[in-house]
Design a protein around this ligand. Sequence first.
Ligand SMILES: Nc1ncnc2c1ncn2[C@@H]1O[C@H](COP(=O)(O)OP(=O)(O)O)[C@@H](O)[C@H]1O
Ligand SMILES: Nc1ccn([C@H]2C[C@H](O)[C@@H](COP(=O)(O)OP(=O)(O)O)O2)c(=O)n1
Length: 234
Amino acid sequence: MSDETNPATDPAIPVLTIDGPSGSGKGTVSRLVARALGWHYLDSGALYRAVGVAAGWAGLDLDDAGALVRCAFDTDIAFREAADGELRVLVNGHDATDELRTETAGAAASAIAAIPEVRAALRDRQRAFRQPPGLVADGRDMGTVIFPDARFKVFLTASAEERAERRYKQLKDKGVSVTLAGLLREILARDARDASRAVAPLRPAEDAVRIDTTGLPIAAVVERVLALLPARRD
Ligand SMILES: Nc1ncnc2c1ncn2[C@@H]1O[C@H](COP(=O)(O)OP(=O)(O)O)[C@@H](O)[C@H]1O
Ligand SMILES: Nc1ccn([C@H]2C[C@H](O)[C@@H](COP(=O)(O)OP(=O)(O)O)O2)c(=O)n1
């Protein structure tokens, strides 16, 4: 199959990548922008989280790279839009959406994401989301590794303190008991691990537009991102 007929690599299908650290607003902004554009949405972090959670269910050791790679290939991960518009994630047929959002799942995802073969195992699954009329993809390496040819690239940041406060509020609203200081520690540890790993570290693509969202409301961030795309006919 030539590149032109395979949607996963078809340069004619536009991709907008939104990368950044935890709590920078990638998921929220990506969903809203994808909805506004009528494009598909890839939450790549959910794939890493799903593999981490499936590994936990199977009792796998997070140091057993071989078993984790098999787990990355074998885990069935499906996204479903619920009636309320929320995206639910089914892992091996179980709705694991709430479990995936915990910091424990985030830390497991970050740990397995440092294994190059796990990243390779998830690469084609991520590229398969590139379908007409377009894709918004959020993660750490969307603009650098998975869709280096993306037409539009954004890198979101915000101060670590604000990101921890956002996560604190988000988890508290869901009834999860956490402390702000603990979350800040976890976020800083995850940032450091994601940015220092040898393969696909968290960093902006050279051609990414950086947006510091500290103190910037969600709607303003969405507006700035949409302004990067050529005028659309609604
Ligand atoms: N610009 C912003 N200002 C205030 N809160 C925000 C902003 N962006 C996102 N949030 C909130 O922060 C929390 C984390 O956002 P999320 O999109 O999950 O971040 P990420 O995907 O980068 O980890 C959510 O509760 C979201 O509503
Ligand atoms: N493209 C990606 C997406 C996530 N990861 C890893 C590293 C992250 O700490 C974890 C969780 O990612 P996720 O985007 O779900 O986390 P946040 O919402 O930013 O807190 O997965 C990755 O290595 N590459």
